[in-house]
Design a protein around this ligand. Sequence first.
Ligand code: IMP
Ligand code: MG
Length: 184
Amino acid sequence: MIDDLQSIFVTEQEIRERVEVLGKEISEAYADIDELTVIAVINGAVLFTADLIRHIDIPIRLDCMRVSSYRNDMSPVQEPEIIDMLRLDLEGSHILVIDDILDTGHTCMRVINEIKKLNPASVKFGVLLEKEGRREVEVGADFVGFSIPDEFVVGYGLDFAEQYRQLPCIGVLKPELQNPPTYI
Ligand code: IMP
Ligand code: MG
């Protein structure tokens, strides 16, 4: 499966080290609060969130929000759809939304706007990856793992047509695999 990559942008070890540092940064940023509510945007943020929260040493609650950002396999839509909403009550809570990647920014914008309607005490956004020069709306992340060039990447939660999420590193697929043949 790793042979399907043409290049690796972030190795397994780099991810492990950075995620640990990010966990410490988040713990310090929220050192004065009683409890943090972490919201994972699934499916993409599942692996990152699972590893990250093990390095956060303040009390947390965890919930998930399922958002669909794609019209087809590789081009994001302008208006992401919230398919499954949260279960926890967010009123008065400190919220940290976690996503896999900040690309055009539409997903971040949509999720944050939805969460703000629920009267939280604060909302911040953390991402594993940020793509340079791709923003279409004015949003930024408060915590960023890595900035990467404008290429479609897979691995560590990120998929191409739901495949490759389990790769331990992050890289670019070989071009011939980015357009799978249609079987009849
Ligand atoms: P945005 O709304 O354009 O910021 O897109 C964010 C969502 O698009 C992410 O949560 C990912 O699910 C997906 N996405 C953006 N770029 C990539 C990529 O390079 N590989 C896989 N998924 C991506
Ligand atoms: Mg996603």
